[in-house]
Design a protein around this ligand. Structure first.
Ligand code: SF4
Length: 353
């Protein structure tokens, strides 16, 4: 049976099948992914009104691909006082944001109370805002730095007002590639265990994959399959987000970058392999808005949000990293033939625009 028939019969895709999907022409692959997307979500494209806050860039880790950390290529270290973080969240709330997405570096000088106190302070000021915060990599750092178990950190997050976890820090699970690009960061197993434990608390999270650097296609598929296995167990992932590697200002020596075709193929294959993760996000900050809009026809049904301001990808050269007015965002989705649906952080529909 051909891989196309297998997909159309609704059979599960394994490593060999997924590699065969990469060999299909872009249009056939897009059609398959679009059939799956339509069956799951019709023409709806989800987004939310959110604010990214990156409270510190001081980091004890040394990921090669990083342009954000002050100890790598960024000459301007900063750590935001909690009052400034709350004020930023407050302003975002007044502008209609319903979520703050808070991720940052592994700052050994800030103290545990700074990390946890910011969530508590945000919730005290804005009880209804959704706090999506702390990647599994940050959680692992806090546990190691302060001699806590992962369970203790997760419980403290819940107690201090974190509602859901973002999907960052996953990078690429393959141990060899991971060692090369971000040795010292949470291990692949550690990343998956932390999400498992979070899901066991009845909480939701997302999952990312950083691609387009030194990894090969099979490493991407392996990454997806490890996520699919955990999702079979817990059902706790809302969304998968393939992030396109940004090439500037870092120590990773990458000579060839993925083409638009390769990015779209990876999106489409993600949709087909991850049959149990409901949403696939084209994160326009790293994919560029134009490619993200096209990705809607290659399986993606979520375009993240208006963001307002983003520092991590911007440091690595992402040109489209500074937010987008809501009206523009909605019009772009409509003009590309899809239905913009504003959602909350857990994918409850708030408004069909
Ligand atoms: S990617 Fe994150 S953990 Fe790695 S060096 Fe940069 S800020 Fe630190």
């Amino acid at each position: 049976m051909s891989v196309v028939e297998k997909v159309r019969n609704g059979e599960r895709i394994g490593m060999e099948d997924a590699l065969a999907l990469y060999e299909l022409d872009l249009f056939t692959l897009g059609e398959l992914a679009d059939e799956k997307r339509r069956a799951m979500h019709g023409k709806k494209t989800y987004f939310n009104i959110n604010r990214h806050i990156n409270p510190t860039n001081v980091c004890k880790d040394v990921c090669k691909f990083c342009a954000y950390s002050a100890s790598r290529k960024n000459p301007n270290p900063y750590t935001m006082p909690i009052e400034e973080i709350v004020e930023t969240a407050q302003k975002a709330w007044e502008h209609g944001a319903k979520e703050v997405h808070i991720v940052s570096a592994h700052n050994p000088e800030a103290g545990l109370e700074w990390y946890l106190g910011m969530f508590r302070a945000i919730k005290e000021a804005l009880p209804d805002i959704h706090v999506k915060a702390l990647t599994a990599a940050e959680i692992n750092f806090l546990a190691e730095e302060y001699g806590l178990s992962i369970d203790e950190v997760l419980d403290a997050m819940v107690e201090n007002g974190v509602d859901s976890m973002p999907g960052g820090g996953a990078e690429i699970f393959d141990e060899k590639v991971r060692d090369y690009i971000c040795k010292g960061k949470v291990t692949s197993k550690g990343w998956l265990d932390i999400h498992r434990k979070w899901h066991e608390r009845g909480r939701k999270s997302n999952a990312t994959m950083l691609f387009g650097h030194v990894e090969k296609r099979e490493h991407r598929i392996d990454h997806m399959l490890r996520l699919r296995n955990l999702q079979d167990e817990t059902g706790g992932f809302n969304c998968f987000i393939p992030l396109v590697y940004q090439r500037e200002n870092n120590f990773l020596k990458v000579e060839s970058f993925p083409t638009g075709q390769e990015i779209l193929k990876t999106m489409a294959i993600s949709r087909l392999v991850l049959d149990n993760i409901p949403h696939l996000k084209a994160y326009w900050v790293t994919a560029t808005i134009n490619l993200a809009l096209i990705a809607q026809e290659y399986g993606a049904n979520d375009l993240d949000g208006t963001i307002e301001r983003e520092s991590i990808q911007a440091a690595a050269g992402a040109k489209s990293a500074h937010g987008m007015p809501l009206d523009d965002f909605v019009h772009l989705i409509k003009d590309s033939g899809f239905v913009p649906v504003e959602r909350d952080s857990l994918y409850n529909e708030l408004k069909v625009w």
